[in-house]
Design a protein around this ligand. Structure first.
Ligand SMILES: [Zn+2]
Length: 486
């Protein structure tokens, strides 16, 4: 990813005259700096304007402010058309033609697996956002605020980024100057596809002397530093398996993610005797979280789920996942492996063979994107994990995942699969997700096991699963199995 570079070519001359002609903005007053005032406040390169709306259409399209900002609130209305990507930069300091200075807020509403993975609102390479927060062809509101060392980005009134720059921020090579200071604002297009239209830009300058806040101490511990590094490498850090359990709200989950530096996928549990049991409750849940800055996921429960929902309703979700913790054994008993009273291990080798068969049946027939809680063993044999998960059994599971293009969850709560399994899966070219599967409002954790796996196995950004774009959902292509799979 090479989003760190900022284009300065062509504006050096303008900067020479900067101080002589910079227009005054009044502190504490929201000033319209677009529309009729556009030429007063901005230098435009390769932009079309019509009826007050500015259109950026090429890689050379650039608005450069004639004013500088320190603390400010900028708001604008934007609309992209298909494929358009760009960024709003702030605190850009002149005279550094090679290095990125200041911060960059991404504008990109392309579908998943299309265009750059960072989507609108992303505070690029510092606090990345991978969730689509706006759509092409629909106007959306973008707001960027800096108050002291606190950066907030909102899209359509939803907070997407909430970042407090620490006193001595760690920055990798090439990002040393991605820091707060005082500088210019740029609005630029970064590709030739589509257009970015901008209207109604206003700026309110805030006092220079806003006090700095102390960042949450977790952001500077070992885990916090690792998460920060992964953000700087453009690594998609996403907890794809979050639940609104124990009264958790989507705002609380998002805030936990924003503080720590990752995105969330939120899913209802869908299946027999679960809260979501039919299309109408599945669609109602989707509508509830549709405008939230989280991935929308469906957890398919038990094996009966395939009889309860239609492909059209399922395909609204960004991705769907299941585990192999519920199935019916050779004696006709329905097992739920996390409940000791409902788990029957008459013979551990036979049980393991049956478990592997069930995983193969589920993964090869159910149109899921991710296999979660993978390799989970019931409590009475969990201590023998390394002995029971033989190389042959691991290979069979990895093979069926690979053949069916199903990603493997690295589960942060259960710390599964083991490192050996993940190394084999990586060698086979599987995609991975991080997932917690929180059971309550107290166990969101911070993906510690997933980070340990990254360190030990060398998983890279390219190994991470990204949801399929609309029109390419597995359930629409493969359909649902005619019969219960296990
Ligand atoms: Zn779950």
């Amino acid at each position: 990813m090479n989003k760190g570079k900022i284009r300065y070519a062509g504006i050096a001359m303008l900067l020479v005259f900067f101080s002589a002609c910079s227009p005054a903005l009044k502190e504490g007053v929201q000033t319209q700096v677009g529309r009729q005032s556009l030429k007063k406040y901005w230098t435009t390169n390769d932009c079309n304007t019509s009826g007050g709306v500015i259109s950026l259409e090429t890689t050379n399209s650039l608005l450069t402010s004639r004013f500088e900002v320190r603390n400010f609130i900028l708001t604008a209305k934007l609309m992209t058309t298909s494929g358009a990507e760009g960024a709003l930069l702030f605190h850009v300091v002149s005279g550094n033609s090679e290095e990125a200075t200041g911060y960059s807020v991404i504008i990109n509403n392309s579908d998943y697996r299309k265009g750059s993975p960072q989507k609108t609102g992303s505070l690029s390479l510092i606090r990345n956002n991978f969730v689509r927060t706006a759509s092409d062809d629909i106007w959306f509101d973008l707001s960027v605020a800096v108050r002291g060392n606190h950066i907030t980005v909102t899209v359509d009134k939803k907070i997407v980024i909430d970042y407090i720059q620490p006193g001595n921020p760690d920055r990798i090579e090439g990002l040393e100057r991605r820091l707060l200071s005082r500088g210019l604002v740029f609005l630029q297009k970064s590709n030739d596809a589509g257009s970015i239209q901008v209207d109604d830009i206003s700026i309110e300058l805030l006092a220079d002397n806003i006090e700095f806040e102390n960042p949450d101490p977790v952001t500077s511990d070992t885990t916090g530093k690792l998460l920060s590094m992964l953000n700087q490498q453009g690594f998609p850090v996403i907890d794809y398996h979050g639940h609104l359990k124990g009264g958790l709200t989507v705002e609380q989950v998002s805030q936990h993610g924003m503080t720590n530096g990752y995105n969330y996928g939120i899913s209802p549990n869908c299946g027999l005797n679960f809260p979501v049991t039919n299309d109408s409750s599945l669609i109602a849940y989707f509508i509830d979280i549709e405008n939230e800055p989280v991935f929308k996921a469906m957890q398919c429960e038990g094996r009966e789920w395939i009889t309860l929902f239609t492909p059209d309703a399922i395909a609204r979700y960004d991705y769907i996942f299941t585990d192999a913790m519920t199935w019916t054994d050779h004696k006709g008993r329905r097992l739920r492996l996390w409940i000791p009273e409902e788990t029957f291990v008459d013979n551990e080798q036979q049980f393991m063979d049956m478990l592997v068969e069930k995983i193969e049946a589920v993964i090869s027939q159910e149109p899921v994107d991710i296999y979660v809680n993978p390799t989970y063993l019931p409590a009475n044999i969990a201590a023998s994990y390394d002995r029971l998960w033989t190389a042959e059994r691991m290979d069979r599971v990895i093979k069926v995942l690979k053949e069916n293009d199903v990603a493997l969850e690295i589960n942060a709560r259960f710390k599964i699969p083991g490192i050996d399994f993940i190394k084999k899966a990586k060698a086979a070219g599987l995609k991975f997700t991080f997932g917690t599967n929180n059971a309550d409002n107290t166990d969101l954790n911070r993906l510690e096991y997933c980070l340990e796996v990254v360190r030990e196995t060398g998983i890279t950004a390219e190994d991470i699963f990204i949801p399929r774009p609309s029109g390419e959902k597995k359930v629409m292509k493969k359909g649902l199995p005619a019969k219960i799979t296990g």
